[in-house]
Design a binder for this molecule. Sequence first.
Ligand SMILES: [Zn+2]
Length: 289
Amino acid sequence: MTLPSDLPVVDHHCHLAPGGEGVRAAARFRKAGGTHLFLTTQSYAKGPIVRLETYREQFETTEALAKAIRTETGVVAYVVVAPYPVDLIAASVEIGLPAALDLHRAALDLAGQWARDGRTVALGEVGRAHFPVAPDVAAAIDEAFVYALGVARDAGCPAVVHSEDLDADGMRGLARLASSVSFPLGRLVKHYQRSIVPAEARSGVVPSFLARRDLCTASLREDGPWFWETDFLDDPGRPGAVMDIETVPKRARTVADRSPEDVERLRIPFVRSIESVYGFTPNPEAVPP
Ligand SMILES: [Zn+2]
């Protein structure tokens, strides 16, 4: 069967770069059947970030790219910005840990202002390094994470968390951290999740599953909220390093072809989870065929 025309097809986390495939990647996504992208910011230049102005320019690059995607391909691209947690490591080498942490907080404040102004739909990525780091740096990253959750709470937007893969215990720990700063559960998204944790064991953390075939099949059986994402990394130096931008539309089509009885369940990641976590409805009618 074909996918229902009122069903949006949404990649919940990807990166695109003006110096990479950029808008052309979004055009491929559209051609494959995708309608909406969550476009997460990234560092577009090489080297450590040591000035707030660099973050401002980075966020503006993401915003401009989202607008170009909308105009040139019809795909709706939701902007997600925050300073990347791992940035703190390189910055601390350049300017020292205290100054790096101050800069990171200032960039988080800037992202919070963007959320209040409606220029970003969430703070992301925030969180922790996914590899071991020196204890003092790890402590600073944790401090920045708690600060980020406070900023997102005050701005009233979701937080998209970068961390190692989480099991039920990991999700409980994350939920406890969020609760300690009164961050509302249900708006805390764990991106790049690679294991299935049943809804009742998620402690309110919302998983965004990597759109691997096995994870898509298994997650479709799970209660929401949850998302599918590619974490597409638009890096010409690393072609094929990550999942391709066409993956989520392909997975949706596979469901329609092989298990049409499950098509309505696609409304969990593509509609209902967005409504419950972000508070808006992605409208597929907004996207021209
Ligand atoms: Zn990412």
